[in-house]
Structures are given as structure tokens and as C-alpha cells.
Design a protein. Structure first.
Length: 575
């Protein structure tokens, strides 16, 4: 951990005085010059250096969902006491890294850095600004207020300039919407302020044109480049917990996870004899299609996901198939996807030698990272997470066109609808049987079981197993997502709706009790799978699955709820 900045020490030492000072000013007075540029509710707000929580509370009271970042323990305590609102999530984090904030996986309509930029060291500001910019949603805005004049002797401050902020914005494709100058609201004669508002336009800048070039214009001798882009996009969407952010902002994925998603994508195509090159038939000529790949024919594609465990011959075949797929990824698409007009590779892959699996092979991060690492540039990663709803349809359209072209070269006419079906990403089945069996076992052992949403006692006749998040919107049957519920709630009032933040908070103790009784007390049977699934599919702060707690999982559920609300605007249910 880096040493605590002196500014944070100062705020901790005198938190109440600083909080009283900030609370003496109204939000509308401080931010009057930019009120018309603030987003309409509901929006997602990131308040960096949130201090006493004044600004975060202003947004929360107006229906926004707020993530408030504050590195000072004392200021966070003051803020929670003054503004205990369900719409605010407090995060212990700081510029320039914002490590915990990025792990949440959220994108924001507004990023507010009010009276904080002067505390960031000049040598750290370029990185800090990039961190803020990569958290923006399309058309999102950054508001940075700059303190000019005499620094405060009690706190560490550095000179700031509007030109520096404008330059950082230009480098990342942000445009300046407004610059507003004003006097100090605390009437300090030697202090004045400038507020810079920048916008991240929703156009083809940064990584998006690169991806479009690879999909639409780059030379292709096979479908491999398209397959690798889809794999990266699918990992960004469904398994972001396995990503590690490197010091330069790039993202490192387990190479075994890339190989796993590669097999999952290619399995229906190879087994359906749909050509991936102009000449191959029935998988012949494809480097990853060997005996091990063919031995997986009886394994459903949706079983090839984090948390699953295989034994015996299937485990050995899967391990070898992953090694073969990793070799293909490294030597083919990762090697030949380059920046336009340059020989520099977009993706970097490092493969390790194949290791023996033993009697069992579990698809967790340790096992998947043993195959090596696959590095994705930060801009590409965030674009895949944010704009995959646009990228994947274009990518699949090109993939289908290539297979039809290859089919014609072989004298075959392949229907578009047929190929589209083969490319459908097969998600887990809507299967609640295991959770229901555990619930009935607990009831049979004399344990009282209650609906997590209403608190009412359940019987075998009234018991239903509910997906916390609507399966129709986010098909996930991980153990953490399956909850005991009354049949009336599950099938009628909550059906296909997203729980509100307040309703989720009300269910906190009930959910942790169910997880404990059903999964984590059964240490040798279900506990590893429960945490591995949660760590893979939820934005958890824990560095490893086996280091996560149930409180970590619940916080991950809250954040995943926020992502679903942000991305899909699902109707909400409040009990």
C-alpha cells in the first residue's frame, strides 16, 4: 500500500471541522454555473473526493444512484452520519489509481471531482485523468473544479491549470463543454475557482474504430480474428471478475479462460461442420481440433464456465483441449491482430507449458491462469464492456458472411438463419433444482426457511426458488443467484423485475442466512463452487475467490444490480 497522503491525514485529524465547513455551503451555490449540464434522473454519478457527502446526498435525493469515493476514514464516517441514504455507496479509494472503483465495473453518466484535483501530484495527473475518463458512459461528462491561488498550509496542495485538464481531455477524445470561473464561496480573498466540464462523445474515437477496423476491414484467412474478439467481449460481459488491471491500465486475463470461451464458441460450429477456413470440413485443418476437443462432444457448451468441476477422463480431455486452444489463440489471431498500418500486436499472449490435471480439474482462476496470460489494452477492454451491444451484432454478421463465403468455395449453400443459430451463445439453463433440493433438505432437518423478500415462513407447498436477477434479462443460475421465495412473489409480483436498492438492503440478512445454511456451511461440497461462481460473475473487491466473504458477495450483488439497471433499464420491484 502507498503511504497515506498528507492531505488525507489532515482530513482525518479534523474531519468534523472540515465537514461542518463543506456543509455550510449549498450544492446549488457551489455548482451554480454548471447546473444545466447535470444529467436528468435517474443517472449514475461518481463523486470522487466526496468529503462530507454534501454533493452525493444532493444527487441521491433527486433519484440518482451515487458511488461516493473518499480516502479519508474520518470524512467517510462524518458523511455516513450526516447522509445515511440507500442511494449512496461509499468506497474507500483515491486518485490516481481508483483501484476499487474500477473493480466495480460501472460506467457513469457524470464523474464529479470537486475540490480534489489540487491534491493529486502533477506526475500522477495524466494517469488520474485517464482513470476518470475510462469510467465514463457514452456521452458522459466529467466535472473538475480547480482551486487557484494560495494553497492551504494545513493540507498538501499542488498548482493546477485549466490548460493541463484541457490537454488531457484532447488526448482521450473528450471535448470541453464549458469553463466557468468564480470567486471562493467561503469568501477567502486569495482563492478563486475554475470549473471545467468535459464530455465523452458517443462517436468513433479511441478503441471503437480499432475494433471496427478488425471486424470489417482487416484481412482474414479464417474466422479466428472474429472469434477472439467475441471471446474477449463475452469475458468482459460475463466473467469480468477474473480480469486483473496491470500498472499501465491494460487488463490481464487468464489464458485458460480465453481458451475456455474459445472452445465454447467454436464447439457448435465444429460439431455442426460449419467451415472456419475456406477448406476445412468437420474440424480438419483447425489446430485446436484434436482428440481432446472431440472427447468433449458430450459436454454442453454452457457447462464450460467458471466454477464447474470435471473429473476423470473428461478433466484430462478438457485440460488438453484448453492447451491446444491456447496455442491456437497465441500463434494465430493474437499474433496477427495488429494496429492499422503497424506491426504492433493489439493483444499480448504468453503461454505456459501444459501441466497434469490429476484426478480433477476445476475451472477457477488458479487453474485457468496456469495456462498463461492474455493482455487486453485498457481502451479495448472498456469499449468491449460498454459497447458490446453494438459490437457483437456486427461481429456475428461478418462471421456469418465469412462462413457463407467459405461454404460457397466448397460448393455448399449455408443459410443465414442456420449459421446464426450455431453462433448463439448458449447460456446456463434456467435450472433451480439444486437450490430447491437444498431448501427441502434444510426444511426436512428442522430448519425454518423464510422468503428472502417478505420474511414469511415457507412450506414445501409455498416454496419457490427465485433468481435474484431476472433470468430473462441476465441468464445466470449461479448458486448465489438462487434464493428461496414465496411462490406468489416469484411468479406474480416480482416476476421479470429488478429489485430496488432498498428492497435488496431489506433482504440483506435473509440472503446471507440462506447462503450460509445452503452453501457455505457445506464446506467440502458447495462452498468452493459458491465463491468461485460469485467471484467470476460479480464485481467483488476480494483478490481471490477463496478470500471472499458473504458480505463481499452481497456487495457484488448490489453492484451487479446497478449494472443491470444501468445497461438494460429494467422495471423495478420494491416489495
Amino acid at each position: 500500500m502507498p503511504p497515506t497522503p498528507p492531505a488525507v491525514d489532515a482530513y482525518d485529524a479534523d474531519a468534523r471541522r472540515y465537514a461542518d465547513l463543506y456543509e455550510s455551503l449549498a450544492f446549488e451555490d457551489v455548482h451554480q454555473p454548471i447546473l444545466d449540464l447535470l444529467p436528468q434522473a435517474p443517472a449514475r454519478i461518481l463523486d470522487v473526493g466526496a468529503g462530507s457527502g454534501r454533493d452525493a446526498a444532493w444527487f441521491a435525493y433527486r433519484g440518482h444512484e451515487v458511488v461516493a469515493v473518499e480516502p479519508s476514514d474520518g470524512m467517510r464516517r462524518e458523511a455516513r452520519e450526516r447522509h445515511d441514504l440507500p442511494g449512496i455507496r461509499w468506497v474507500d479509494d483515491a486518485l490516481p489509481a481508483l483501484t476499487q472503483t474500477h473493480r466495480l465495473g460501472l460506467q457513469y453518466d457524470l464523474v464529479l471531482a470537486s475540490a480534489v484535483w489540487m491534491h493529486v501530484r502533477p506526475e500522477d495527473r495524466k494517469r488520474a485523468f485517464r482513470k476518470l475518463a475510462t469510467l465514463l458512459a457514452p456521452s458522459g461528462r466529467i466535472v473538475i473544479s480547480l482551486r487557484l491561488g494560495t494553497p492551504d498550509a494545513e493540507r498538501t496542495m499542488h498548482p493546477v491549470s485549466r490548460a493541463e485538464v484541457e490537454q488531457f481531455g484532447r488526448e482521450l477524445g473528450l471535448r470541453v463543454l464549458r469553463i466557468a470561473a468564480g470567486a471562493d464561496r467561503l469568501a477567502r480573498p486569495d482563492v478563486r475557482w475554475e470549473t471545467v466540464v468535459l464530455e465523452y462523445p458517443d462517436d468513433e474515437t479511441g478503441a471503437l474504430p480499432l475494433l471496427r477496423h478488425i471486424v470489417l476491414r482487416d484481412d482474414k484467412a479464417s474466422t479466428y480474428k472474429l472469434a477472439l474478439l467475441r471471446v474477449a467481449a463475452r469475458i468482459a460481459d460475463s466473467a469480468p471478475g477474473m480480469a486483473r488491471e496491470d500498472a499501465d491500465g491494460s487488463v490481464s486475463l487468464p489464458l485458460g479462460l480465453v481458451a475456455l470461451f474459445w472452445i465454447r464458441s467454436m464447439k457448435p460450429l465444429v460439431e455442426g461442420d460449419y467451415p472456419q477456413t475456406p477448406t476445412n470440413r468437420a474440424g480438419k485443418g483447425l489446430g485446436f481440433v484434436k482428440d481432446a476437443f472431440r472427447a468433449l462432444r458430450g459436454v454442453a457448451p454452457f457447462d464450460l464456465r467458471a466454477g464447474m468441476r470435471f473429473t476423470g477422463a473428461t478433466a484430462e480431455a478438457l485440460c488438453r483441449a484448453l492447451s491446444d486452444a491456447a496455442a491456437t489463440v497465441c500463434t494465430m489471431p493474437a499474433n496477427f491482430i495488429t494496429y492499422p498500418g503497424r506491426s504492433e500486436r493489439v493483444f499480448l499472449a504468453k503461454r505456459n507449458a501444459l501441466r497434469k490435471t490429476g484426478d480433477a480439474f476445476e475451472l477457477n482462476e488458479i487453474g485457468l491462469r496456469a495456462f498463461g496470460d492474455f493482455v487486453v489494452p485498457a481502451g479495448v477492454w472498456h469499449t468491449l464492456k460498454r459497447l458490446n451491444v453494438w459490437i457483437e451484432p456486427v461481429l456475428l454478421g461478418e462471421w456469418i458472411a465469412l462462413m457463407q463465403q467459405y461454404g460457397r468455395a466448397q460448393g455448399r449453400q449455408l443459410a443465414h438463419a442456420e449459421l446464426a443459430r450455431a453462433l448463439t451463445w448458449l447460456d446456463p439453463e434456467r435450472d433451480t433444482r439444486l437450490a430447491r433440493e437444498r431448501a427441502l433438505e434444510l426444511m426436512g432437518a428442522g430448519r425454518e426457511l423464510r422468503c428472502v423478500w417478505t420474511g414469511r415462513a415457507l412450506t414445501g407447498r409455498t416454496l419457490d426458488i427465485d433468481h435474484c436477477f431476472p433470468f430473462s434479462a441476465w441468464p445466470c443460475s449461479d448458486l448465489w443467484n438462487l434464493l428461496p421465495s414465496s411462490r406468489t412473489v416469484n411468479q406474480h409480483s416480482k416476476r421479470d423485475k429488478l429489485v430496488t436498492p432498498a428492497q435488496l438492503d431489506d433482504a440483506h440478512e435473509s440472503m446471507l442466512g440462506w447462503w450460509t445454511n445452503a452453501w457455505t456451511e457445506a464446506t467440502q461440497v458447495w462452498r468452493p463452487r459458491f465463491f468461485e461462481e460469485a467471484w467470476s460473475s460479480l464485481p467483488l473487491s476480494a483478490g481471490r475467490a477463496d478470500a471472499a466473504t458473504l458480505e463481499d458477495v452481497f456487495e457484488g450483488v448490489q453492484l451487479r444490480r446497478a449494472l443491470l439497471r444501468q445497461d438494460q433499464r429494467l422495471p423495478e420491484w420494491g416489495g
